[in-house]
Ligand binder design. Structure first.
Ligand code: HEC
Ligand code: HEC
Length: 257
């Protein structure tokens, strides 16, 4: 399957999973349901943007997932453009430590306000608008996987690849020192040699969020994981370069998150 088609395919599977299987995770109380519904409406409302052509759903779909594109402002740029920012998924965003690749927005509301005013060139949003949009985003859960518990650790029935990948993740590969369970992120920013200090992003649903890193420089999850392993091995001077089999297992675990 060509890469673009594969991406769409993976995104639509993810879509089925969030609407279908994610129901084991907490749902909004009935009192909040009206605010979430209002937020969903605003999320699809192009009048939030200055030019009247863009809604949140233009880049995050109505489901809040990523459209897998890289932007400067409202313009799509080539993946890897140093000024570009890859669109993150909003699945699970309610639980993140900080927002934006730069990690500069401490709350969901501030992050959304900045996007409306700066990226979308829209009018200053009211408190009600921000509250409803944030409520909708908080209602979006990442898909669950039959192999992993909600805290990100494997169930006994998980494949041996996923179990071994998890051991590498929290052990020798060093991933767990930065991507901390259960959300797989961290509030601090880090310079891992990608051109500046960026937040440690959550790895939830990462199998369907390509391209990877702040500027979308890496197309495949395997290459992103390999790069990160090498960063840690160099930083800690472990001298442990991953074998193909180790990389397969680590990708199996990360891809199940
Ligand atoms: C033109 C495409 C585009 C539009 C329109 C857009 N976003 Fe985004 N969104 C992005 C990109 C790109 C980022 C990453 C920006 C950054 O880190 O500098 C982002 C980041 C976010 C984040 C931070 C997520 C995180 O984990 O760091 C939230 C929340 C968000 N968007 C919500 C919204 C909402 C709500 C709207 C509508 C009001 C919206 N976005 C409209 C592209 C878009
Ligand atoms: C020193 C802290 C640190 C360690 C250790 C670390 N990471 Fe990361 N990781 C980061 C930061 C910071 C970024 C974002 C960098 C950027 O966007 O330019 C990132 C980004 C990623 C991404 C891209 C996510 C996306 O949405 O684009 C993946 C995948 C990833 N890391 C997996 C791993 C794996 C697997 C390991 C272990 C082999 C690991 N990381 C170890 C800090 C770390």
């Amino acid at each position: 399957m060509p890469a673009e088609k594969m991406r769409l395919f993976v995104a639509s599977i993810g879509l089925l999973l969030t609407t279908g299987i994610a129901s084991s995770q907490p749902q909004p109380a009935p009192d909040d349901a009206a605010i979430v519904a209002k937020g969903y409406q605003l999320f699809n409302d192009t009048s939030l943007s200055g030019g009247g052509n863009f809604s949140c759903a233009s880049c995050h779909f109505s489901t809040g997932h990523t459209n897998n594109k890289t932007y400067v402002g409202l313009d799509v740029v080539a993946d890897g453009d140093p000024n570009g920012r890859s669109t993150p998924t909003l699945w699970g965003a309610g639980e993140r430590s900080v927002y934006g690749w730069g990690g500069t927005a401490p709350t969901l509301e501030e992050s959304i306000r900045g996007i409306i005013v700066n990226r979308m060139k829209g009018a200053e949003p009211s408190k009600e608008t921000l509250g409803a949009l944030a409520a909708y985003v908080r209602s979006l859960r990442y898909p669950t996987n039959w192999q992993l518990k909600e805290d990100g650790t494997p169930f006994p029935v998980a494949t041996s690849a996923v179990k071994h990948g998890f051991e590498l993740f929290i052990g020798e590969a060093g991933c767990g020192t930065c991507h901390v369970l259960p959300n797989l992120d961290k509030p601090n920013r880090d310079d891992i040699g990608t051109g500046g200090r960026f937040k440690v992003p959550s790895l939830r649903a990462v199998a369907s969020t390509a391209p990877y890193f702040h500027d979308g420089r890496t197309a495949s999850l395997r290459d992103a994981v390999k790069f990160m392993w090498e960063v840690y091995a160099k930083k800690m001077d472990t001298g442990h370069v991953p074998t193909d089999a180790e990389l397969d297992d680590l990708v199996a675990y990360v891809g199940a998150l």
